[in-house]
Design a protein around this ligand. Structure first.
Ligand code: GLN
Length: 543
């Protein structure tokens, strides 16, 4: 039976619980343990797929088509395992299962209650991923201890230890130790209160991970240990780091994995940190500046594009480049073209999105990139914008559009997928999850992947309209990847351009820090080449 680690958070939200849990997962993997991870989210949406990115940040898509919390992206990037939709459960999905069971008559004659029915369903979700092929399951509970909606989850994980046995479960509580300026001191009181709150729910943490701006002193750790009744070596400090990929090494130096394994009675070798250390060294050595514009709708909230940003960084690590992102509001593109802001860029990403706002700006940016030979990668809605741009300005279909934004357009080069026309339910009605594509040899896309058949994750309703494929290819568009039945266009590019490539999929979900996604890698490669080629002129102009 696998061992279980539960991670809760206190004091404030956004403490980086997900990163802490992911880093621990990586450390356990470095010790040869088989690890899987899960997020329990206390909100009522059945999944985050129906939420606005401003509410929730990016929706992370799994191979099996789960629309999940963005923390699953951290989990996958750190533990380097592909997770499934079972790795994310929300209050909404738990109630949905319990209510369906109630209607089926599974509880006939009984009053259905939070305890035991909801808590049993939460435990069932945890057991569901506790398969024989894993040694340790790390479960992160979303939200903050003290929230009303978190209570059933705390009760379920409390019961879990009793069911599974003391040595099989460990509780980690992540808190904040703030620095209070006027007093000139780091304060432990919020941590004490948070632990008191957790205890009032019957959970005594075994390990406390303290987030802080500056490192904690030994005395302060001793104080927290005494006040919270946690072993001194189990008070672990996660002081702010320059880059998130340093975190596993810092937590290892703090002894987090040692303490956790002792508590779970697992013996094993020290972790082999060499590969991760060389990753961190690569990250630190990545200095060559490269400036990538990200043209989006939610640019005030970078979390909305978390995996895209991480993928750009991974690609930068590979090339020794420090990717600077210029966040560009899509509606502003026309004005920015006028003031030459796009001229400062070395490359461009047009990411996925929903809704008409900003679509014309994305088309304008795609056109600028095409004519100025600026490397440009389009993702999902980005492919739609680039197809419309090409149709209008190269293929001569002046009023081409996507029917998502102009249902009666004369040239619907992007259209609703056929099996989507009748759907009225907004949840999970998209083409979701991993699909194969067959690549056209000798194209930029095929050269990037260096594989004839690739699998990428999807999340969309609209797509390239095959009725226009001949017209657009005759005008010079290359369909560099199609579905195995050849009915759907999955990748497009143009030949006489350093890199003007788009995909219907979301490759950003599969990039890893030490294995950048080939399309992002080649975008950054092309951006660096352009920068190097233009440098003499810029230097000259500056002189
Ligand atoms: N809104 C578009 C569609 O539904 C694109 C979706 C996306 O970019 N993920 O097809």
């Amino acid at each position: 039976m696998p061992k279980h680690i539960f991670v809760t958070g206190g004091v404030v939200s956004s403490l980086g619980k997900g990163l802490t849990a992911s880093s621990l997962g990586r450390l356990l993997k470095m010790r040869g343990l088989r690890v899987t991870m899960q997020k329990l989210d206390p909100y009522i949406n059945v999944d985050p797929g129906t939420m606005n990115p401003y509410e929730h940040g990016e929706v992370f898509v799994t191979d099996d088509g789960g629309e999940t919390d963005l923390d699953l992206g951290h989990y996958e990037r750190f533990i380097d395992e592909n997770l499934t939709q079972s790795s994310n459960a929300t209050t909404g999905s738990i109630y949905q299962s319990v209510l369906a069971a109630e209607r089926r008559g599974d509880y006939l004659g009984k009053t259905v209650q939070v305890i035991p029915h909801i808590t049993d369903e939460i435990k069932r979700r945890i057991h569901r991923i506790s398969t024989d092929d894993v040694d340790v399951v790390i479960t992160e509970v979303g939200g903050t201890v003290g929230d009303i909606e978190i209570l059933p989850f705390l009760e379920a994980i409390r019961q879990f230890r009793k069911d599974a046995g003391r040595d099989n479960v460990c509780y980690i509580h992540v808190t904040l130790v703030p620095f209070i300026g006027p007093a000139g001191e780091q304060k432990t009181k919020p941590t004490q209160h948070s632990v008191t709150e957790l205890r009032s729910r019957g959970i005594q943490p075994d390990i406390i991970v303290c987030r802080s701006e500056q490192p904690l002193s030994t005395e302060l750790k001793r104080k927290i240990s005494g006040l919270c009744d946690v072993d001194e070596r189990a008070v672990v400090n996660a002081a702010d780091v320059g880059n998130i990929y340093e975190l596993p090494l810092i937590l290892h130096d703090e002894g987090l994995d040692d303490v956790a394994l002792d508590l779970l009675d697992i013996s094993g070798p020290e972790p082999d940190t060499t590969a991760w250390e060389s990753l961190v060294a690569t990250v630190e050595a990545a200095r060559t500046p490269v400036r990538i514009g990200l043209i989006g709708k939610y640019v005030q909230l970078p979390d909305a594009y978390l995996s895209v940003v991480e993928s750009l960084k991974h690609a930068g690590f590979h090339h020794g480049a420090d990717v600077e992102i210029d966040w560009i509001q899509a509606e502003d593109v026309d004005g920015l073209l006028a003031v030459d802001r796009l001229a400062q860029l070395d490359g461009l990403v047009i990411p996925g999105g929903f809704g008409a706002r900003g679509f014309e700006g994305k088309i304008a940016a795609a056109g600028y990139a095409r004519t100025e030979k600026l490397p440009c990668l389009g993702l999902c809605l980005g492919l739609h914008a680039m197809t419309v741009e090409f149709a209008r300005n190269v293929a001569g279909l002046a009023d081409a559009n996507s029917t998502e934004f102009e249902p009666t357009t004369r040239h619907p080069v992007i259209d609703l997928m056929h099996d989507q026309r009748e759907v009225t339910d907004k949840g999970g009605t998209m083409r979701l999850g991993a699909y194969y594509a067959v690549l056209e040899p000798e194209t930029k896309v095929a050269r990037a992947y260096d594989e004839p058949v690739v699998s990428e994750r999807h999340r969309h309703r609209f797509e390239f309209n095959p009725a226009y494929q001949t017209r657009l290819t005759e005008a010079g568009l290359v369909c560099s990847g199609v579905s195995p039945d050849r009915r759907l266009v999955e990748f497009i590019e143009i030949a006489e351009h350093p890199f003007w490539v788009a995909t219907q999929a979301h490759p950003e979900f599969k990039s890893r820090p030490d294995r950048p996604h080939p399309l992002f890698r080649d975008l950054i490669g092309a951006a660096l080449a352009r920068r190097a080629a233009l440098a003499p002129f810029t230097a000259h102009a500056e002189r």
